[in-house]
Design a protein around this ligand. Sequence first.
Ligand SMILES: Nc1ncnc2c1ncn2[C@@H]1O[C@H](COP(=O)(O)OP(=O)(O)OP(=O)(O)O)[C@@H](O)[C@H]1O
Ligand SMILES: [Mg+2]
Length: 313
Amino acid sequence: MNDFLWVEKYRPKVVDDCILPEIVKNVFKGFVSQGEIPNLLLTGSAGVGKTTIAKALCEEIGASYIMINGSDEGRFLDTVRNRIRTFASTVSLTSGASHKVVIIDEADNTTNDVQLSLRAAVEEFHSNCRFIFTCNFINKIIEPLHSRCTVVDFRVKNGQSVALQGQFFERLRTILKTENAKFEDKVLAKLIKRYYPDWRRLINECQRYSANGAIDSAILVDVADVNLDSLLSSLKQKDFKTVKGWVVQHMDNDPSMVMRKIYDNLYDVLKPNSIPEAVLVIAKYMRDISNVPDQEINMLACLTEIMMTCEFK
Ligand SMILES: Nc1ncnc2c1ncn2[C@@H]1O[C@H](COP(=O)(O)OP(=O)(O)OP(=O)(O)O)[C@@H](O)[C@H]1O
Ligand SMILES: [Mg+2]
């Protein structure tokens, strides 16, 4: 067991300990109380608990499971099918386990061929095997797999994020106290706001800061929230160089979150007749986030197009 990393040490073991929107959590609790799961496709951004839930579900319903990582094995078509076949055809040792489960983690990193072969596997082994796929980008999963799975989206709908951040605040305080780390509540709150909804990143940053001392106001210069003021004024002045610098500085953030923030702020700075154009531009580049090989270039292209086509107040 890797107990050095807090993210692993404090990975929730049961569904109930996961911090999730209520509707999402209730879906999983329902499976646990039935003692059975359908084929599942779990989708959501990084560090929100997809892999954690996949494991917790198997543990709680007492299913034996194997985990295949799409990023490692995606290219080895034969390995995947063979591993699943071997696993599915051996007798389960866990008494009372109604099913075996194959977790295909990061399924969106597999090729179409592998996904087609997985589709065949889902059918071939349906009598004693369930599948849980996890992915960041659902549009990279082929339609025949969607339609064979119950899709659970981990995205937080507006209005629930404050409650979830509050719950995570308590959880983080417990972790930090257990680790004897020094921290200030108000700095924790800032960190949560900064890294939400990537809980993995949040816990990792806390571990890093406390290894270097304390989580106190001294670290706040590092965690300034995404500040759009300088970006918006550079866009207005068509100052490409500064815009580019801003993008480079902010690329450790989730690009869709950054685009959303830009969208939210445009209404204040653009002339009203330019807003529809800006909305179309942002929508276009947001759609591309799941496909582009380089997020920095995509973000810069988006801002450049806004800079060239929109009129500022
Ligand atoms: N909902 C959650 N509640 C509590 N802790 C969480 C939650 N989500 C993530 N964590 C913490 O973050 C770590 C990483 O989570 P996990 O591996 O489940 O993320 P993921 O959604 O699979 O991300 P990725 O898309 O990058 O694979 C967990 O070990 C746990 O410590
Ligand atoms: Mg994962």
